[in-house]
Design a binder for this molecule. Structure first.
Ligand SMILES: Cc1cc2nc3c(=O)[nH]c(=O)nc-3n(C[C@H](O)[C@H](O)[C@H](O)COP(=O)(O)OP(=O)(O)OC[C@H]3O[C@@H](n4cnc5c(N)ncnc54)[C@H](O)[C@@H]3O)c2cc1C
Length: 395
């Protein structure tokens, strides 16, 4: 593929946000170029999220990216909370008027979107690293990038930073105009993939005084499992048997339950962080997805927020190119931030309710158990969780 020099919308980052935005713009007849710093194989195999909200599923179907998801994804009607050796199931459709979630790995979603993008002939450049975005407050912002060892310039009408938490686009917003709100957590997740059918039909979120554990899945034959571990943990300190023993101990209940063990095929440590950058638009530069906000993964919101951002943005750009009006672009940041902060709160709530800190007092543990009891006993409390988990309406 050549090196384009001009486009209407320059998209930096070929993760879920950038690829889906490109797909949505293509369907509206708006030309764009996606620059992705990594190679295709790396992007397609990066293990990350796996829970799609109802609204995400709807968007993917509507833009023609849902065919394999509908064939291979697993529809889930609830989750289980475990605490104090008890299990409580939340029935999502009953609590939300019919909403559900879909288990479909981010790796697969990214593969589908890449295939569609390349199939449509729209430019997607791998190993193309944006190094700077300039001219945000002009009507011709530009991206400086390197590709195949050479430096290039892409002039655009709009630049969208979908380049994740470590991207460069945020720097195009001057310090005086940018506010960052953040919080780190004193623990991380050790995440593993196991070649064994999941031991449960739905996700299990387990609170225990040994720390949090999450039992999830990627396919009917691959389990995805997580353990809360201290920050700085080296996966090498966790041989397979230790991981399985700890998962079993943290999920123990006073009822029959067997955790199936199998070979572990991947181990990694994921730090937990909350962060929001405001505004999400400065002049003709816009941010979407992890480039603008990070949530701890406990609420399964990161990928879904990225999808919501670019859905709002694609509509705004379609309005701009179809009618010349910029009303939706002008409200893009405020529209997204309302949803972002709701998701930040939910992710924080799930994280702090389910994880135990190293020096946590018995009083704090009793508060967590009281909150979990409330979720189990009150329809209102469980409906609040279910509504947030399955996803609030887009706008
Ligand atoms: C290790 C990990 C595990 C996660 N697990 C979960 C989970 O279990 N559940 C959940 O809901 N969420 C999870 N998340 C969050 C979720 O995966 C993200 O919210 C989601 O990937 C956001 O999509 P995005 O497209 O905004 O950003 P990203 O997926 O980060 O994509 C950004 C893209 O931009 C590219 N890029 C970066 N800099 C440049 C540059 N200078 N030039 C060109 N390209 C660039 C990157 O290579 C990347 O492909 C996890 C995140 C991480 C990091």
């Amino acid at each position: 593929m050549g090196t384009p020099q001009h486009t209407s919308v320059g998209i930096i980052g070929g993760g879920p946000a950038g690829l889906l935005l490109a797909r949505l713009l293509h369907r509206s007849g708006i030309d764009c170029v996606v620059l992705e710093t990594r190679d295709r194989a790396y992007v397609e195999h990066r293990q990350r999220a796996g829970i799609l909200e109802q609204g995400t599923v709807d968007v993917l179907r509507a833009c023609g990216a849902g065919e394999r998801m509908d064939r291979e994804g697993l529809v889930h009607d609830g989750i289980e909370l475990r605490y104090d050796r008890r299990a409580h199931r939340l029935d999502f459709p009953a609590l939300t008027g019919g909403r559900r979630v879909m288990v479909y790995a981010q790796t697969e979603l990214v593969k589908d979107l890449i295939e569609l993008q390349l199939g449509s002939g729209a430019p997607l450049l791998f190993e193309a690293q944006a190094v700077a975005v300039e001219g945000a407050d002009t009507d011709r912002p530009l991206v400086r990038y390197t590709h195949q060892g050479r430096e290039h310039t892409l002039t655009c009408e709009y630049v969208v930073g979908c380049d994740g938490f470590h991207g460069v686009t945020r720097d195009a917003i001057p310090d005086r105009a940018r506010r960052t709100y953040e919080r780190d957590y004193p623990y991380s997740w050790l995440g593993v993939l196991a070649d064994v059918p999941p031991s449960c039909d739905e996700l299990i979120y387990a609170h225990s005084d040994r720390g949090f554990a999450l039992f999830s899945m990627r396919t009917p034959t691959v389990s995805r499992l997580y353990l809360q571990v201290p920050n700085g943990t080296d996966p090498a300190d966790w041989p397979d048997d230790r991981i399985w023993d700890e998962l079993a101990a943290r999920s123990a209940i006073d009822a029959p339950w067997k955790l199936e063990r199998g070979p572990l095929t991947a181990k990694s440590v994921l730090p937990m962080r909350s962060c929001v950058v405001e505004p999400m638009r400065y002049g003709r530069v816009l941010l979407a997805g992890d480039a603008a906000h990070i949530v701890p993964p406990t609420g399964a919101k990161g990928l879904n927020l990225a999808v919501a951002d670019v859905t709002v943005l694609a509509r705004a750009l379609a309005q701009r190119y179809e009618t010349g009006a910029t009303e939706l672009l002008d409200t893009y940041s405020d529209t997204c931030l309302r949803r972002v902060w709701r998701a930040e709160h939910f992710s924080y709530f799930m994280t702090t309710t389910l994880h135990t800190e190293q020096d946590q007092s018995p009083f704090e543990t009793r508060l967590q158990l009281a909150q979990l009891d409330r979720l189990a006993a009150s329809r209102h409390a469980s409906a609040e969780l279910a509504e947030n988990y399955t996803g609030l309406p887009l706008e």
